[in-house]
Design a protein around this ligand. Structure first.
Ligand SMILES: [Zn+2]
Ligand SMILES: [Zn+2]
Length: 83
C-alpha cells in the first residue's frame, strides 16, 4: 500500500512519478497532474500534452504563447496544414 501525496488516499495500485529531481506517489493521474504538471503562463490551465516552451516560459499551446507576446510560435498542427 502506498499513500497519495496529494489527497492522502491509500491505494494498492498507487504509482510514483519522477520529474526532474522531484518524485511523487499518486493514486491517480489526476493527482499526479495536480502536483506535477506545469501551468500555462497565459490561461493557467495544466499542461498535460507537450505544451510549448518559449523564453523559458511554458504555455499549453502556441495561441497562448502569442497572447503572451511571443510572436514566432506556430502550432505544429497549423504548420502541417499549410500546403
Ligand atoms: Zn490522490
Ligand atoms: Zn494556455
Amino acid at each position: 500500500m502506498a499513500r497519495c501525496d496529494v489527497c492522502g488516499n491509500e491505494y494498492d495500485k498507487a504509482f510514483t512519478v519522477q520529474r526532474g529531481g522531484q518524485t511523487g506517489t499518486f493514486d491517480s493521474f489526476e493527482c499526479a497532474i495536480h502536483e506535477l504538471a506545469p501551468e500555462c503562463e497565459h490561461c493557467g490551465c495544466r499542461i498535460i500534452g507537450h505544451g510549448v516552451e518559449a523564453d523559458g516560459r511554458m504555455f499549453c499551446c502556441a495561441n497562448c504563447a502569442r497572447h503572451a507576446g511571443i510572436s514566432e510560435m506556430v502550432d505544429r498542427g497549423a504548420a502541417d496544414a499549410a500546403p
